[in-house]
Design a protein around this ligand. Sequence first.
Ligand SMILES: [Fe+2]
Length: 333
Amino acid sequence: MAPSKLETTQLSARPLHDTFGAEVEGVDWSESPISAGIIAEIKALASENGVLVFRNANLDNDQHIAFARQLGKELYDVKAHIKAGRAMRFPEQPEIFDVSNLDDKGNIVTDMDPMRKEGNKGNFLWHADMTYNPHRALYSILRAVQLPPKGTGGETQYLDSRTACEELPPALRAELEEALGCKLEQVVTHNSLMHNRKLGSPDYFRSIEPLDQPMAKYKLVTPHEKSNRDNLYMTSYAHHFDGKSWEESKPLFDKLWDHLTQDKYILTVYWENDGDMVLWDNTAVLHRATDSGSYGSKYVRDMRRTTTKDDSSYAFGENEDHTWEAGISKVKT
Ligand SMILES: [Fe+2]
């Protein structure tokens, strides 16, 4: 059912798609901190719509971090990457994930840094942020600092995995349940960052064996508490189903992807202005970066993200130990 224009007390939200996504107006981003009432409205809109687009928010790094802290008690940070030797542009602000095409000196990443360039190809596959960690992510807040020229690509796509869950064909559900020997609600996936990286760039990461590293376990169908809807928590980090090998799991994953990736579930967000910001709920939607454009190594695309940790009952999935974080493996070339 198509959502009507949402009326809120202070913010207005314009639907971007028949089933999810909204462009939100009315936040005074110069206010710091943002008022508790506005934060509550943003959270409610995010739970309902999954993806919120804010045009011309124009936050700086400190405001971006402060806003994320208002939305979530705990933020992910990049301290582990810094410790592992990766040079970062913002070492003093480890809550900022640098998802630009720039190195720490501000130069466009080229073939000189194949690890980063090849690793980024995994982001072109559908995923939810941090599914490979035993404490999953809730909100990702991505802001454009400097965009490439219009028409050179860099769109972000979103997928309505809650509606796809509700519309799972009964025949596919029955097939999965028979193959996996349990109700779909009991099915568990094992998730690996390096599996996604290998799918994105099989040749470059050929020496990596995802099974050599710990994997994070989540139910395939996980309730989204904040909206009281079920979500198909299926990402390209999913390496295998519990009790099945990768080879046995892959044909079943492919059938799920055929269902999930239908055009009717997909929303493309075009970044229009430096300063635009998009917030999404990783426990309700999937997303991917796109590789359709030509900005590549020609134009600066400076994007930065903050990420909050899930605070729902399902935050740790099926993971008893949720103290570790996955890292990038060294590649033998
Ligand atoms: Fe992502």
